[in-house]
Write a protein that binds this ligand. Structure first.
Ligand SMILES: [Zn+2]
Length: 289
């Protein structure tokens, strides 16, 4: 009799809360199921499950930043362009407690191909350039490792230009018939001098000249979310400056490894370059803009 009552009560709670149990038989609140594709990011809202802000959010063995809003936590989770296509879970961990916060299903995405011809010296780098690239990489690594834990923004990401996209995110490239790579940003047609706005509110963390992207501005939006604006003819902001969405940050150009005037827009989330246009569409819906 007692056993039956226990089963009935368990069934009742499952029906009421749509809960599931973990391997220890503990009842968990149902985690949201989210679909994602390689090179995309999702803003996910999930239950606090009684855990404090000191808890860890771990997705595919990576620790993600998250923040509190009302009775929920929010995080931006990215799936690598080089995804192995397996589904994954984000776990919220604190002390000995561990729950599934979000579950991801990875869908297929096809990326087209293009052939490009560029200055050979920008591919087979001379020693001097190799040293320069290595130095710049160190500076960039430090920048990307020091994002703040709270978001600077409370609005959707906005695509910086509405002009023709000359090269989409993720396109597979062959340079000078032999060197293969992939384009992990979006290129917008832009004449030299075209005004370039910030995609969202954030803090400028880099404004300077880089070997590959020429004159470049990088903005930290918090939560390990960065936007990058490359090949500029001029930067109009300085490191440390807070910019609002839409603020002028530079002028378009063709500096660095570029085959003509355009804006290269990169979005990096938790160390992965993701599709900025997709992020703009996703966040536009979520912020109801
Ligand atoms: Zn580009």
């Amino acid at each position: 009799m007692f056993r039956n009552q226990k089963i009935i009560s368990l069934l009742f709670s499952l029906a009421l809360f749509g809960c599931s149990t973990n391997s220890n038989g503990k009842i968990l609140s149902k985690a949201p199921q989210v679909e994602i594709r390689p090179g995309e990011a999702r803003r996910v809202v999930f239950d606090k499950n009684g855990m404090s802000e000191k808890a860890e959010l771990v997705c595919r063995d990576n620790k993600y930043k998250f923040y509190s809003e009302g009775d929920k936590y929010i995080a931006y989770v990215a799936e690598s362009y080089f995804s192995d296509m397996s589904g994954f879970k984000c776990l919220l961990k604190e002390a000995r407690k561990e729950v599934v916060a979000v579950e991801f299903k990875v869908d297929k995405k096809q990326f087209p191909e293009e052939k490009l011809k560029v200055d050979g010296r920008k591919i087979n780098l001379r020693k001097k350039d190799l040293l320069r690239v290595a130095k710049e990489q160190e500076v960039l690594n430090n920048i990307y490792a020091s994002s703040v834990s709270t978001p600077y923004f409370q609005t959707a990401f906005k695509v910086p230009l509405n002009s023709y996209v000359t090269s989409i995110y993720g396109i597979r490239r062959t340079y000078n018939k032999q060197h293969k790579g992939q384009h992990l940003g979006t290129d917008f047609r832009a004449p030299v001098g075209e005004k370039i706005p910030a995609a969202n509110r954030g803090k400028v963390v880099f404004s300077g000249d880089l070997f590959y992207t020429g004159w470049t501005v990088i903005i930290d939006h918090g939560l390990d979310i960065f936007t990058v604006y490359g090949h500029l003819s001029k930067t109009l902001v300085e490191s440390g400056q807070i910019v609002q969405r839409g603020d002028l940050i530079g002028l378009a150009g063709s500096t660095g490894r570029s085959s003509g005037p355009h804006l290269h827009w990169g979005v990096k989330i938790h160390g992965q370059y993701i599709d900025g246009i997709d992020l703009a569409e996703q966040t536009k819906k979520q912020f109801k803009e």
